[in-house]
Ligand binder design. Structure first.
Ligand SMILES: [Zn+2]
Length: 244
């Protein structure tokens, strides 16, 4: 309840906002991917020897955008340069869309230098799919609903594709109520693409070739998810209370 309330407070009215949209030219009605490079601006995220998580995330995000467009996705990004964006604005950008897939890109650091590999997170409970006011009890999703199957599947496809392509250590998929995935009402995942605190991981991550492979793998996961999910039906019309 609190989550929906906060979301309703933060969600802006109709309008595109400042998130830039890029269309793949040949594909009308293509699935939208909202790419979210973690951190930015004064928030560097993890860091090691001058390598900053925010820079790696932005680089992989730009690669992912280019590759996803090649595969027929429309794309948007929550940031295109080194600036700070609140978590609320990142989630709101996704929630302005009728349908989209949300992919947040991060890198990790561990207390132990040995910690390595890739992990993909999803939220077991997400914001409601429609913007129906949360005080309408008969339209509420059941509380304590078991896992969010769409995001969980998306996480599995992305994780498997990354491990298959990069041979990174497989840390699996994990349900975690991270703000950006929990407050998005569409399929949403957060990828932790390696550890800046691990010598081997950082050696790979600082090469362009590896970052390109990582972006390519995430794209492959998105394609597999899209092919399986097919065209998602439009969000319940009742939910679209605002005029457009
Ligand atoms: Zn991060």
């Amino acid at each position: 309840m609190l989550v929906s309330f906060v979301w309703l407070q933060l969600a802006p009215g109709p309008g595109r906002g400042r998130t830039e949209r890029k269309k793949a030219p040949q594909t009308a009605g293509a699935t939208m991917v909202l790419i979210d490079p973690g951190h930015g601006g004064q928030d560097s995220g993890a860091m090691r020897n001058g390598v900053l998580e925010k820079d790696l995330a932005l680089d992989v995000a730009h690669r992912l955008e280019r590759l996803a467009q090649k595969r027929g996705f429309e794309t948007m990004m929550t940031r295109r340069d080194d600036k700070w964006i609140s978590l609320a604005r990142r989630a709101a950008a996704a929630n302005r869309e009728r349908n989209c897939i949300f992919v947040s890109i991060h890198f990790d650091e561990g207390a132990r230098a040995a910690a390595t590999g890739v992990q993909t997170f999803y939220a077991a409970q997400q914001a409601p799919k429609s913007s129906i006011p949360s005080w309408l009890p008969f339209l509420q999703p059941a509380l304590g609903e078991p896992g969010n199957i769409e995001s969980q599947s998306l996480a599995a496809f992305v994780q498997e594709a990354i491990v298959a392509r990069t041979r990174a250590f497989n840390r699996g998929t994990t349900a975690q109520q991270f703000y950006v995935v929990a407050n998005v009402r569409h399929p949403a995942v957060l990828v932790e693409g390696g550890f800046l605190s691990n010598d081997e991981d950082i050696a790979k991550l600082t090469t362009e070739g590896y970052r390109e492979e990582l972006a390519l793998a995430i794209t492959e996961g998105l394609v597999q998810y899209r092919d399986l999910a097919g065209v998602r039906p439009a969000t319940l019309a009742l939910g679209d209370a605002s005029p457009e």
